[in-house]
Design a protein around this ligand. Structure first.
Ligand code: SF4
Length: 345
């Protein structure tokens, strides 16, 4: 992209940039804590989904020191529903390292930032550019799409990534790399959108090869999609005296460290099938059946009141199962007959 196009993009950004809670307005100094927190939350997650979580986190933990001092369970519960839970564990680990080893001040360059937990190449570049004004090459999914279209790249993703990175590097200005990165992201998020790019409103259409060709939505070229595998699972709702048994999942692995229903029978009981829920993870889809039982001999464990299960901080899959369990209870309390056919024993 010629220098003129980069200038046109920056002029557009000054007027039309998105107003986002983590973004510094003109004349304000960016807060590295807020930039870092937003960038971690935005990994694989939409702006609309992140906004309420960002407000909650910065309200409860307004500084890196406050977050570093928070209890793990509180942070995991506050993150519940945002997905990709390894991010929450990394967030805490990173906050504690910054608080304890860097005096509560984020390192101001990519190399040092990358040594922190949960900060990969993209996030390090974004923080260095946006929070510290460093010249860094920032490439997210939005930027990839814009570049693939501007240059009408025929090579599919992910193979085209090195070329895209080189093209972004070539156009990133020495001064104002943070604004440039955010302008590219905003262009991709609001105008150069995946399905129906609004080329008529685009500040760089005069330089865009895909626009000139007439079919910009066909870029970036994608490789054929592999089918997403499907899995089945069972979760167990064991109830005693108005409380339901929860477990904390192992720290590593899927939904690591989050509260959940057990996935093996926690007691001998007359288990009934209470229906199932569907959930889609990045790498597979899942049908999870909920088995329901009450017991008079409760095993040791973490028992949570049924009435407040919706506030327990369950990740989305288990929140769906909790809703299923509540619906099943109500139906069962109204009429035990309807459940007879579902008795599993
Ligand atoms: Fe995207 Fe259209 Fe602008 Fe090209 S002209 S960058 S395809 S919005």
């Amino acid at each position: 992209m010629p220098v003129d196009a980069a200038k046109a993009l920056l002029c557009w950004y000054v007027v039309d940039k998105r107003r986002l809670p983590w973004r510094a307005e003109a004349g304000e100094i960016a807060d590295p804590y807020r930039v870092w927190l937003s960038e971690v939350m935005l990994q694989q997650t939409t702006v609309a989904a992140v906004k309420p979580y960002f407000e909650t986190f910065t309200g409860r933990w307004p500084t890196i020191g406050a977050l570093a001092a928070a209890k793990d369970a509180e942070v995991m519960a506050a993150w519940a529903g945002l997905g990709y839970y390894a991010r929450a564990r990394n967030l805490l680990a990173c906050a504690r390292v910054v608080a304890e080893e860097h005096g509560g001040v984020f390192p101001d360059n990519e190399e040092a930032l990358r040594k922190l937990q949960g900060i990969g190449a993209y996030t390090a570049a974004a923080i260095a550019a946006i929070a510290f004004g460093r010249r860094a090459v920032v490439v997210d999914g939005n930027v990839e799409r814009v570049i693939a279209r501007l240059h009408a790249l025929k090579q599919p993703l992910p193979q085209a990534r090195p070329r895209i990175r080189a093209l972004v590097d070539a156009m990133t200005p020495e001064e104002g790399a943070g604004d440039f990165a955010q302008a590219m992201m905003d262009l991709g998020a609001t105008i150069c959108t995946p399905r129906n790019p609004a080329c008529g409103l685009c500040p760089v259409r005069n330089w865009c090869r895909a626009f000139a060709e007439g079919a910009p939505e066909t870029y970036p070229v994608k490789p054929p999609k592999a089918a997403r595998p499907h899995r089945e699972g069972i979760a167990y709702w064991l109830e005693h005296a108005g409380q339901v048994l929860l477990v904390r999942r192992p720290a590593k692995g899927l939904l690591g460290g989050m509260l959940a229903f057990p996935e093996a029978p926690p007691a001998d009981a007359a288990w009934e099938a209470a229906g199932s829920v569907e959930h889609v993870f990045t790498h597979f889809s899942l049908t999870m059946t909920l088995c329901f039982a009450r017991t008079e001999r409760p095993p040791d464990g973490f028992w949570h009141p049924v009435g407040t299960i919706a506030e327990a901080g369950l990740p989305t899959l288990f929140a769906k199962l909790a809703a299923r369990g509540l619906a099943w209870r109500e139906k069962g309390d109204a009429s035990d007959d309807v459940r007879e056919n579902a008795l599993l024993v």
